[in-house]
Design a protein around this ligand. Structure first.
Ligand code: SF4
Length: 361
């Protein structure tokens, strides 16, 4: 459930997908292979697409990467965004090579005239993501912060607005904005502020979020807060980990915010003194069993028969563990008492029945 009504956001095309309007929040990731290694990069993109990535960003660090980039765009199953630093000519060439969006930080392109050149090349071809990073604000904004006229999130938001207004004033409207910082509070405040005065779609992310564990927590808190307020049209979870993890985490965040559905949600209890079954292993096995299912189901794996079925009565089906046995319940009703050794097999049987019924309806 969205806690606040989403304000009107401009719809922007990114290749075969659109951002903004009332459209679903999309999941992005970024390759970490060498762009010149077309085979490895495409393998990674294909895999990310299979697990649910919807837009992919590929770094184009130098001129020599353009050849590979062009090939990647041609063969990739996803819209490909070029990530460009410093060199506006490279951004123009990436558009010519087929990028459907270029991610640039206008502050390090060398002036607004360069931004305008990129916009001219991108017009009708590609969107521009204006990236503003807390760590790279221009001198005049830093001075305003030092003088106490603006705080850091405000400075980021106003700077992004300057760039967006500049592009809009030059008749370029396919603009997406990202306001990133490595700390959650700055990121949240900057995005909130920006949304109060601009309709440009926002790409959310926490930069340098960290390793799988801390990065997941920071991303969930930061993006989850904004998403629940209706802010954010695409998200990228940045983790110092396998990019596939980023997609899983992004999906869980969107699911938890009630914005998207990606197959079953497995809920499990934390266990307590009543637990007499190895619930950690059981929950993991159930999660594995259902990971390829596309249907939207709620599955409960609970540690005891006393409170389990009651606590998970809204689940489509579930297991409540006991001593050497367990209960299987469907739609809140207990359907079978099973020996622990047969629990997973019987659970799978009922799971198939629930799915068959779902598919018939
Ligand atoms: S479901 Fe049972 S075992 Fe799990 S936390 Fe609740 S009371 Fe404890």
């Amino acid at each position: 459930m969205i806690l606040m009504e989403k304000m009107s956001v401009r719809k922007v095309r990114v290749g075969s997908v659109y951002l903004g309007g009332d459209l679903p929040v999309l999941i992005q990731s970024m390759t970490n292979t060498k762009t010149s290694d077309v085979k490895a990069t495409l393998e990674q993109i294909n895999h990310l697409a299979e697990v649910g990535c919807e837009i992919i960003r590929v770094a184009v660090p130098q001129e020599e990467d353009l050849k590979g980039f062009r090939e990647i765009v041609k063969q990739a199953p996803l819209p490909v965004v070029a990530d460009i630093h410093f060199n506006y000519l490279l951004a123009i060439k990436a558009v010519e090579a087929g990028a459907v969006k270029v991610r640039i930080n206008p502050g390090n392109l060398g002036g607004l005239d360069k931004l305008l050149e990129v916009a001219k090349a991108a017009k009708g071809q590609a969107a521009i993501r204006v990236g503003v990073n807390a760590g790279s604000l221009p001198k005049n904004y830093l001075e305003s912060i030092n003088a106490g006229h603006l705080n850091l999130p405000e400075a980021m938001a106003y700077l992004a607005k300057d760039y967006v207004d500049f592009l809009y004033d030059h008749d370029f409207f396919d603009v997406v904005v990202s306001l990133k910082a490595s700390d959650v509070l700055t990121t949240v405040s900057a995005n909130r502020k920006f949304r109060t005065f601009s309709e440009a779609p926002l790409h959310l992310g926490i930069t340098e979020a960290g390793t799988a564990f801390s990065g997941t927590v920071k991303s969930a808190v930061g993006m989850g807060t904004l998403l629940l307020e209706g802010i954010g049209e695409t998200i990228r979870v940045s983790l110092t980990a396998d990019p596939n993890n980023e997609i899983k985490v992004a999906q869980e965040i969107l699911k938890a915010c009630g914005l998207r559905r990606f197959g079953p949600t497995v809920i499990s209890c934390p266990t307590c003194g009543r637990t007499k079954i190895d619930l950690y292993t059981l929950a993991k096995k159930v999660e594995k069993m259902v990971e390829s299912i596309k249907e939207d189901l709620v599955i409960a794996v609970m540690g005891c028969a006393v409170n389990g079925p009651g606590e998970a009565k809204n689940a489509d089906l579930g297991i409540a563990g006991g001593k050497g046995e367990g209960l299987i319940f469907v739609g809140g009703e207990v359907v079978e008492k099973v020996r622990e050794s047969d629990l997973l097999t019987r659970f799978e049987f009922y799971l198939q029945k629930v799915l068959e019924r779902r598919r018939e309806n």
